[in-house]
Design a protein around this ligand. Structure first.
Ligand SMILES: [Zn+2]
Length: 409
């Protein structure tokens, strides 16, 4: 879909590193480099009534723009001599709509609002009446962060062809989106696996599936880390296009993080990771009967919790899982830190049964819950951990302080 031709797109103001959306995955391999090259590019097809940039620049495609900057299509687009509309395929990551205007030769031709698309990598079409007889040069000024993937000016009775954009397959609140060059074959099967896992997680976590869950199929050559099977960002899970057809590696784990989007903000990392692990083990057992795999994963947990004196894992006096930085982007934790979080939650589930996960998860989705309010009032990661342990004690009727002290909290 990446039709490179003669039309030059110029980003008139240089884009800074602030383009990185906070919702993007923590390891986003080529984002910064792509942005750096974005000051002068040649894309689209000269003479066509549209410009297309799908994919190629980032997994989701499109060009980013910041408030105060604008995107310019210097050669413009031909305009049909009948009633026409301008179509934009765009994404707005934040919850609020982004106001924008399109100007042509310094005259504003369109002013409007672009509603949130839920994520910077979810592009949707929107159209506005176009009354000018010319469309070039064409400038698009957003008043918030915007990514733009395609622009077309079409007669009023035409809509953008699906072939212009990477395919999107939807079923209810679930969707599968291809990125540049990637293919989604046997989409019904891909959606079936996704739906079964979402149904299992609804029951396990005791909370409804988010209204929209997206699988992004990334071309294998674009995949940044051969050791990782999936990435998650908001309600999107990124999978390699050739691994869409199996729920394996960390796909169920990342899907649990998608459900955790329903929780209030600030839930400590060790709990989010531990619950994602328990969710994945639940799915492995329930849907795929992989008892052996589960046994293998948990075989060293008792030793991990019993053998080493707290604090663990050597980074100064703190367990890195309780370090505020552990929640910040670009601060990778050791494999052992994750294993430790998995081990704690596994031990708790062994002691209390899996219903405790659902009870906690439901409570964490309720902002009016007193324990949740205390959690949100806590200022640092360690105090948040303590508030969470108090919530667990109230919900389970057990004193977890000695265990957590032993475990390094
Ligand atoms: Zn995780």
């Amino acid at each position: 879909m990446n039709k490179r031709g003669g039309i030059e797109w110029i980003l008139l103001a240089a884009l800074g590193s602030g383009c990185r959306s906070p919702q993007q995955p923590r390891s986003w391999p080529h984002w910064e480099a792509e942005r750096d090259r974005e000051d002068n590019r040649s894309l689209g097809g000269r003479g066509e009534s549209r410009f297309g940039a799908s994919g190629g620049e980032a997994w989701g495609g499109g060009f980013g723009s910041e408030p105060g900057h604008h995107l310019c299509l210097r050669d413009g687009l031909p305009v049909p001599d009948v009633l026409a509309r301008i179509w934009l395929r765009y994404s707005v990551a934040g919850k609020e709509p982004v106001a924008f205007r399109v100007s042509c030769e310094d005259t504003v031709k369109v002013e409007g609002q672009l509603p949130s698309t839920g994520h910077g990598d979810r592009f949707e079409w929107i159209s506005f009446p176009w009354t000018a007889t010319r469309a070039g040069p064409l400038q698009i000024h957003p008043e918030g962060r915007l990514r733009l993937d395609q622009v077309a000016i079409l007669p009023e009775d035409r809509t953008p062809s699906p072939e212009w954009s990477p395919p999107v397959v939807r079923s209810g609140g679930l969707e599968v989106r291809a990125t540049d060059r990637s293919k989604v074959f046997d989409a019904p099967w891909v959606l079936k696996i996704l739906r079964e896992q979402c149904n299992a997680l609804e029951a396990f976590l005791g909370i409804p599936c988010p209204p929209l869950v997206t699988l992004m199929a990334v071309h294998p050559e674009e995949w940044p880390d051969p050791g990782t099977g999936a990435f998650q960002s908001g309600t999107l899970v990124y999978l390699r296009a050739d691994e869409l057809h199996f729920a394996w590696r960390n796909y169920p784990h990342e899907l649990s993080h998608v459900f955790q989007e329903r929780w209030v903000e600030g839930v400590p990392l060790f709990f989010r990771e531990g619950v994602a692990f328990l969710s994945a083990m639940h799915i492995e057992r329930l849907l795929f009967g992989r008892e052996e795999l589960v046994a293998q994963r948990v075989s060293g947990f008792r030793e991990l919790l019993a053998d080493k004196p707290a604090p663990r894992f050597g980074q100064g006096s703190k367990n890195p899982m309780f370090d505020a930085k552990a929640n910040s982007v670009g601060h990778p934790l050791s494999r052992e830190s994750y294993e430790w979080a998995y081990a704690i939650l596994w031990e708790m589930q062994e002691a209390l049964g899996s219903a405790f996960v659902g009870n906690m998860s439901r409570a964490l989705s309720d902002p009016s819950h007193p324990g949740v309010r205390a959690l949100q009032d806590a200022q640092d990661e360690r105090s948040k951990c303590r508030a969470l342990v108090r919530m667990m004690e109230e919900l389970t009727g057990r004193d977890w302080q000695p265990a957590f002290r032993r475990w390094g909290l």
